[in-house]
Design a protein around this ligand. Structure first.
Ligand SMILES: Cc1ncc(COP(=O)(O)O)c(C=O)c1O
Length: 405
C-alpha cells in the first residue's frame, strides 16, 4: 500500500487517498464496502449541499438576487433520502417529468407549487393525475399538450417549452443534445409558436413561462454557444411579452469527467444569464440534474476477474452497464479508482461489467494501480442518471444506495 499518494485530476478534499486508502465524504470506501456490500451507491450530503450553495452563490454574485429559482431535475436521481435532504435545505424546488416523480417529490416534502413539470407524450391518465396537483407549474411542449391540458378546464397559467433549433452538450456529444439541426421531439418550434399562443388563448390559458432545455453536460468551452441559444430564445420571449414572467433555461450544466475537463466557470455562466435578462422584468428558473448530484455520488464495485486476453487486461466487476449507463449509452466515462492504491507499476486495464452485452464496458484502457480479485473498485461521478435509469437486464441490477452525512 502506498503512503505517498500522487495527485489525481479527480481529487478533492472529500475524495482522495489517505495512506493509500480512498476516502469519500469522510469514510474509507473499503470499510463502506465491507459493511454494506457491493454494488452500492454512496452519496455525500455535504457535496450535494455544497453544489446547491455554489450555484446559488454564483447567481447572487452575478446580481440575480431573488429573481431566480433552482429546480432539481429529479430524473437524475430520485433516491428519497437525497430528495428529502434537498427539500430540507430550502434552496431548491423540483423539475419533474412524470406523475410518479411528482408524487415521489411530494412524499419527500415538496409542495406542488415547488414543482415544475415538463415532458413529452403524455397519456390521458397522465393529464388527469397532473391536474390533481393544484399549484404545479405545467410546461406544454407541443400543441397537443396545450389542447389536452386546456381541455381539462380551469384555464390558468402555463409554460411553453420551445425548441430553438440549436442545442449544446458536453464536447459536442450529439447524444446529449435535445435541439439542433435534426428535428427532435422536444418543444415547440418557431414555425408553430404563434399558433401555440393562439391555441393557449382559446382555452383561457395564460403563457407565463418560456422553457427550454437544449442539451446536457456543457462546460466552459460551450458557453459562447449557450449565449447564442439564450439570444435565439428571446424571439419566443418577445412573442409573449405581455404575459411572460419566467424563463426556464433548463439544466445541462456539466461536471468534469476526464482529466482534460475543467469545472464549468459558474461566474461566466451566470454573467451570460444576467447580461441577457437584466433589462427584462423576468425571473429565471434553472433545472440542473447533473450539476447537483453527479459528483456527489460514487459507485462501489468489487473485482471478481483479472485476466489477460491477447493484448488486453480485463478487470471484471460485480455490476454492469445497466445500473450505471452513462459510459455505455452516452459515451460519458466514469473514472475508475481503486479503493486501495497498491504499490507497484501502473497497469493499463479495461473495466468490464457482468452483463452479456458487448457494450458492457465501464472504461477502456485506463491506467490504474494494480488490482486483484476481491478488491474494491470505485466509479466516481455516478450520482446522476445511474440508479434512476437502471434496469434488471439479464435479471441482474440489484444495488444499494446510501446517503452519507
Ligand atoms: C427538461 C429537462 N430539464 C432538465 C434536465 C436536467 O439536465 P441535466 O441533468 O443535464 O442538468 C433534463 C435532462 O435531460 C431535461 O430533459
Amino acid at each position: 500500500m502506498s503512503d505517498t499518494s500522487e495527485s489525481y485530476w479527480w481529487q478533492r478534499d472529500d475524495l482522495k487517498y489517505q495512506a493509500g486508502k480512498l476516502n469519500f465524504a469522510g469514510h474509507d470506501v473499503d470499510g463502506l464496502a465491507k459493511m454494506h456490500g457491493t454494488p452500492s451507491f454512496f452519496y455525500s450530503a455535504e457535496r450535494l449541499t455544497a453544489n446547491v450553495q455554489r450555484l446559488h452563490a454564483a447567481l447572487q454574485k452575478a446580481g440575480l438576487k431573488n429573481r431566480y429559482r433552482i429546480l432539481f431535475a429529479m430524473k437524475a436521481n430520485r433516491f428519497p433520502p437525497l430528495l428529502t435532504l434537498l427539500k430540507l435545505t430550502g434552496l431548491v424546488g423540483i423539475d419533474a417529468c412524470s406523475p410518479n416523480e411528482v408524487e415521489q417529490a411530494i412524499s419527500c416534502g415538496f409542495r406542488p407549487q415547488d414543482i415544475s413539470f415538463t415532458n413529452t407524450s403524455l397519456s390521458r391518465n397522465d393529464y388527469e393525475r397532473l391536474h390533481q396537483f393544484e399549484g404545479i407549474s405545467m410546461n406544454c411542449d407541443s400543441l397537443t399538450c396545450i389542447r389536452k391540458w386546456g381541455a381539462m378546464g380551469g384555464g390558468g397559467n402555463i409554460g411553453l417549452r420551445i425548441n430553438p433549433s440549436i442545442g449544446l452538450g458536453r464536447a459536442d456529444n450529439a447524444k446529449l443534445q435535445y435541439a439542433g439541426e435534426e428535428t427532435t421531439k422536444f418543444g415547440i418550434y418557431r414555425e408553430q409558436f404563434i399558433e401555440a399562443i393562439e391555441l393557449a388563448k382559446s382555452y383561457g390559458l395564460k403563457v407565463t413561462k418560456i422553457h427550454f432545455h437544449t442539451g446536457c453536460g456543457y462546460l466552459t468551452p460551450q458557453l459562447d454557444h449557450w449565449e447564442n441559444i439564450i439570444q435565439t430564445c428571446m424571439w419566443f420571449v418577445d412573442q409573449v411579452a405581455d404575459t411572460v414572467q419566467v424563463v426556464n433555461v433548463g439544466g445541462g450544466l456539466g461536471v468534469p469527467h476526464v482529466a482534460n475537463d475543467s469545472p464549468l466557470d459558474l461566474d461566466k455562466w451566470a454573467s451570460v444569464l444576467v447580461s441577457n435578462f437584466k433589462h427584462r422584468n423576468i425571473s429565471i428558473e434553472i433545472e440542473p440534474g447533473d450539476y447537483l448530484v453527479k459528483d456527489s455520488g460514487i459507485l462501489l464495485l468489487k473485482v471478481n476477474t483479472v485476466e489477460v486476453k491477447r493484448d488486453k487486461t480485463f478487470v471484471g466487476v460485480d455490476a454492469g452497464f445497466n445500473i450505471a449507463l452513462e459510459p455505455a449509452v452516452y459515451g460519458l466515462p466514469f473514472q475508475p479508482v481503486p479503493g486501495v492504491e497498491r504499490d507497484g507499476e501502473k497497469v493499463t486495464v479495461t473495466i468490464a461489467g457482468h452483463i452479456n452485452e458487448a457494450l458492457d464496458i465501464f472504461y477502456r484502457d485506463v491506467e490504474l494501480s494494480p488490482l486483484e480479485d476481491e478488491d474494491v473498485l470505485v466509479l466516481i461521478n455516478a450520482g446522476a442518471y445511474s440508479t434512476s435509469m437502471a434496469s434488471n437486464h439479464c435479471m441482474r441490477g440489484e444495488f444499494k444506495e446510501f446517503l452519507l452525512y
